[in-house]
Design a protein around this ligand. Structure first.
Ligand code: VGL
Ligand code: ZN
Length: 202
């Protein structure tokens, strides 16, 4: 289908077992993600890509613990362990990911002071990555989304895609969640209420 594209979110070593911010069950979704990649003509990858000392790292702040929430100029922000630092092995795609077919890689989270869960808009909800313009210029209207983590980067990417006017499906079985304070359930509800199709399969 010329108007359909697959977005594979953050299938990187640091989000997989043994990585700095490992998402339980991440490696197990690689075969499902690869199956989706084989079925789509147009594939876009996203890559979390933080400079060292990024503001979302707990290590960048005195007396701050990972997985706590603090106030940033743009609102509440969860602090994470250092992860997906530009140029490190942790930031590379999982070795089993069929990445060759990708037509574009959208990197995000590279502004030192702003985190970016969504591949469309950073966490200040103002700074745009350009993905919206890219997809529209290429004539895509329907997006299927999979990858990591369901309740952060997948969910926010899906919500922003819907807000940008795309028809959006998330393949939940080809995702894995961090599930911090009930975030998995909460974000599934938000996506469903936002008109995102959660029934697609790999
Ligand atoms: C992600 C937390 C921090 C994700 C990225 O890919 O879901 N989560 N950075
Ligand atoms: Zn990150």
């Amino acid at each position: 289908m010329p108007n359909e594209a697959l977005i594979v979110v953050d299938m990187q070593n640091d989000f997989c077992e043994g990585g700095a911010l490992a998402v339980p069950g991440a490696a197990a979704v690689v075969p499902l993600v690869n199956r989706l990649i084989s079925r789509f003509d147009h594939v876009i990858l996203t890559q979390d890509w933080h400079p060292p000392g990024h503001a979302s790292f707990a290590s960048a702040w005195a007396d701050a613990q990972p997985f706590t929430t603090v106030k940033f100029p743009y609102g509440p922000q969860i602090l994470w362990p250092d992860h997906c630092v530009q140029g490190t092995v942790g930031a590379e795609f999982h070795a089993g990911l069929e990445a060759t077919k990708a037509q574009v890689v959208i990197r995000k989270g590279f502004h030192t002071g702003i985190d970016s869960y969504s591949a469309f808009r950073e966490n200040d909800r103002m700074t745009r990555t350009g993905l919206d313009g890219y997809l529209k210029a290429r004539g895509f209207t329907k997006l299927t989304i999979c990858g990591l983590a369901l309740d952060y980067c997948v969910a926010w990417t899906a919500i922003d895609a819907r807000q940008a006017g795309f028809d959006v499906a998330v393949v939940v079985e080809a995702t894995a969640a961090i599930d911090l304070d009930g975030s998995r359930r909460r974000m599934l509800t938000e996506m469903r209420q936002g008109g995102i199709n959660l029934n697609a399969t790999a």
